[in-house]
Design a protein around this ligand. Structure first.
Ligand code: SF4
Length: 248
């Protein structure tokens, strides 16, 4: 399925149906979250690649983490996947004096409950940056994947408050929204909490209580304290219902 060949509505409907199929097939299996997120990331990557054909080259590069001071939001599967990853890599990193949980806690002391504008002003770097590189790159949330710039100088100037506009890639932003919304809509249909969460706070919660993933799967809204509502939940639910019923 290509988002270039199909319109956004068809893309959303087909991807949501695919997520729902994965959910019903793997509901009680440990590979459920991995399979859902692999599908989300593959769909995002493949369609971004095709939609960026013929557009100018991106100016993002390894070692630049200018945009990694912005607030990151993530769905529950993304949070729990990251928590699993962090638990797995922590023993090895601790041998090198890197304590990811402590880094997240320090960042959370600055970012917890802070609105987006104040957060930009605080310029608190993401706790996963090490020497300009994201140490959780392979499992980074869709929010991070959806931000790609055509002009890294503009990113640096915006971070210093010198300019307001950054020429971000529209296909990246659009596909991030489509893929994330299709996932959220499928989670809602599955009867689990489907909101978006501020990453530092949600991750700390998930790392500090390893019962949360199972409780979320059982239908508890365990990450509610970290939820961010860029669009009111009821409005999003209504939009998802309209999109699901819409005729292509
Ligand atoms: S998770 Fe990685 S890509 Fe996302 S903000 Fe943090 S360092 Fe940057």
């Amino acid at each position: 399925m290509s988002a270039q060949a199909l319109n956004s509505l068809a893309f959303f409907q087909q991807l949501q149906a695919h997520f729902s199929l994965i959910w019903s097939g793997l509901r009680y299996r440990p590979e459920l979250l991995d399979t859902l997120l692999m599908r989300a990331w593959q769909s995002f990557d493949a369609n971004v690649a095709s939609q960026c054909e013929g557009l100018p080259a991106l100016d993002c590069h390894k070692g630049c983490a200018t945009c990694c001071t912005l607030r990151v939001t993530a769905t529950a599967p993304e949070v729990f996947m990251l928590a699993r990853f962090i638990r797995a890599v922590t023993p090895g990193l601790m041998k090198h004096g890197v304590d990811l949980r402590a880094q997240i806690a320090r960042a959370n002391d600055v970012t917890c409950g802070v609105g987006e504008a104040d957060r930009v002003a605080a310029r608190q770097r993401c706790p996963f940056i090490a020497q300009g590189v994201c140490v959780v790159y392979q499992v980074r949330p869709l929010a991070c994947r959806g931000l790609a710039s055509y002009d890294r100088k503009a990113c640096a100037q915006a971070a210093s408050g010198l300019v307001d506009e950054i020429p971000y890639s529209e296909p990246h932003m659009r596909l991030r929204s489509l893929v994330q919304n299709a996932l959220q809509s499928a989670l809602r249909d599955a009867g689990v909490a489907w909101g978006n969460h501020e990453l530092n706070q949600a991750l700390l919660m998930a790392l500090d209580d390893d019962t949360l993933e199972a409780r979320w799967l059982a239908g508890e809204d365990v990450l509610r304290a970290a939820q961010v509502e860029e669009v009111p939940e009821q409005e999003m639910a209504h939009t998802f219902d309209l999109l699901k019923r819409a005729v292509m």
